[in-house]
Ligand binder design. Structure first.
Ligand SMILES: Cc1cc2nc3c(=O)[nH]c(=O)nc-3n(C[C@H](O)[C@H](O)[C@H](O)COP(=O)(O)OP(=O)(O)OC[C@H]3O[C@@H](n4cnc5c(N)ncnc54)[C@H](O)[C@@H]3O)c2cc1C
Length: 429
């Protein structure tokens, strides 16, 4: 690595890092991104759905140039037991405005494209290098250490993802506790474009986002997902680390059982597994947000635990992009003042406070605690599926009223408990 001093060093070339690089390079700053993977996207994982609004602000109509897989036009949510499943299927029918659109993406292609946009503006990317430490002089972060090499900069942006050891080394972040982090495993199953369209009832570029709760995680806190790519599907589960030790199923076994469920098996029949990945997801919400800056350093994206999981919606990529942009804009202001002190960099906190990132994390601050209720993953899927069974089965015995059918299925949870949980859920949203 060069001995030269840069305006900014960014650690991590995922969405947060490449966005920050794009903005800084666009302002004419000398910026270098250090990424441990062989290329941007090589180490990055997601379920698949990018809410486009934050990138739209930066690169209008980006989807016309970026390697997106499909535009999400259909939504499904399923509550599953081992044998049954009840599914809510939603088709908007409206053509969404660009800032309201969301897309299925594969990170290996998408992150690479975004990094190229930053490179085209003059950002430098160094691949295959892991940053081990930060250079800190008199309490100010002044650069990075990788192996026996050092590189200096006025400011360092940490975009190194959920397990940011560097944010910990800078004293900004605590080690994640098991209840604040989930593990996700995902398979990409190649089916071909026609099979995708036929099996999921899609036309042209339309895409499906499908989330699952219940038996897909063996009743542990978490859920399953299926996103349609152009010629493949992304299928996986996410489960909280704190729960894994108490489950009698391993995470790979959960995914296998999910794939073998009667709801899923026919959809992936004949498909070829082309990729298997696993990754942590920060799920602690607002309470887990670390200190976001100190002299000479800022933290963005997953490194700052900027992820919102509210069951029917998982968002991290739009928050990574927005926080990368706001960090870069703060650095541009700091350069104008030639002052990279915590005092100047505190503008980042203010910008985040005024953005959807911290506003939404605040709005959903009680949701992580609500999600710790195991009835959501066990009793409620069973209750709904028992009710469905009773609604549709005709066996020659005298029919009972709808009310008695509802009463019977609610009985397994208890009406008071159900009302209490429903009230808590609505309040948390
Ligand atoms: C299973 C799963 C499903 C998800 N589903 C969704 C979804 O559908 N929609 C959504 O919006 N979000 C989803 N998320 C969350 C989303 O993927 C993340 O919020 C997003 O990837 C964060 O981007 P980032 O750039 O902050 O971090 P990352 O993408 O993790 O990038 C960090 C980068 O830093 C690099 N790095 C780390 N340490 C070092 C080091 N020491 N030196 C050099 N480089 C380093 C890594 O190699 C990596 O490239 C999901 C996450 C998972 C795991």
């Amino acid at each position: 690595m060069s001995e030269e001093k840069f305006d900014a060093i960014i650690v991590g070339g995922g969405l947060a890092g490449s966005t920050a690089a794009y903005v800084l390079a666009g302002a004419g700053m000398e910026v270098v991104v250090v990424e441990r993977g062989d290329y941007s996207g090589s180490k990055n994982m997601t379920g698949g759905r990018l809410y486009g609004h934050s990138l739209e602000k930066l690169i209008p109509n980006f989807a016309s140039a970026a390697p997106i897989e499909r535009k999400v036009t259909k939504e499904r949510i399923s509550l599953m037991t081992d044998r049954a499943a009840t599914t809510l299927d939603y088709l908007s029918g409206e053509s969404a405005a660009l800032e309201q659109s969301s897309y299925v993406v594969l990170r290996a292609k998408f992150d690479r494209w975004l990094a190229e946009q930053a490179e085209n503006r003059g950002a430098m990317f160094i691949y295959g290098v892991r940053v081990d430490d930060l250079i800190i002089h008199n309490g100010k972060v002044c650069g990075i250490v990788a192996g026996d090499e050092r590189m200096e900069a006025d400011v360092v942006i940490l975009a190194d993802g959920v397990n940011s050891l560097l944010a910990q080394k800078a004293g900004l972040k605590q080690e994640l506790s098991p209840d604040q982090v989930a593990v996700g495993v995902k398979e990409i199953i190649e089916l071909g474009e026609k099979q995708i369209q036929d099996r999921f009832n899609l036309t042209d570029d339309d895409g499906l986002a499908w989330l699952f709760a219940g038996s897909c995680t063996g009743g542990t806190i978490g859920g399953g997902f299926l996103y349609t790519n152009r010629t493949s599907i992304s299928l996986g589960i996410v489960t909280t680390v704190a729960d894994i030790g108490f489950s009698d199923k391993s995470v790979p076994a959960m995914l296998d059982d999910f794939k073998n469920h009667d709801l899923i098996r026919p959809l992936i029949k004949g498909g070829t597994l082309t990729e298997y990945s696993a990754h942590l997801v920060p799920e602690g919400g607002l309470k887990s947000i670390p200190v976001l800056y100190r002299d000479g350093v800022l933290v963005t994206g997953d490194a700052a635990n900027f992820v919102i999981n509210i069951g029917y919606m998982v968002r991290g990529m739009d928050l990574a992009i927005e926080s990368g942009r706001l960090a870069a804009e703060t650095v541009i202001q700091a350069k104008e003042r030639q002052d990279y002190s915590a005092n100047t960099l505190s503008a980042y906190q203010k910008a985040l406070d005024q953005s959807f990132v911290l506003k939404d994390l605040k709005r959903y601050r009680n949701f992580p605690a609500f999600m710790e209720n195991h009835r959501i993953y066990n009793d409620y899927p069973a209750m709904v599926n028992t009710l469905m069974h009773d609604l549709f089965v005709v066996d020659g015995h005298e029919s009972v009223t709808l009310l008695s059918k509802v009463r019977k299925s609610v009985k397994r949870v208890g009406i008071l408990r159900l009302l209490k949980d429903a009230f808590k859920g609505v309040r948390a949203l």
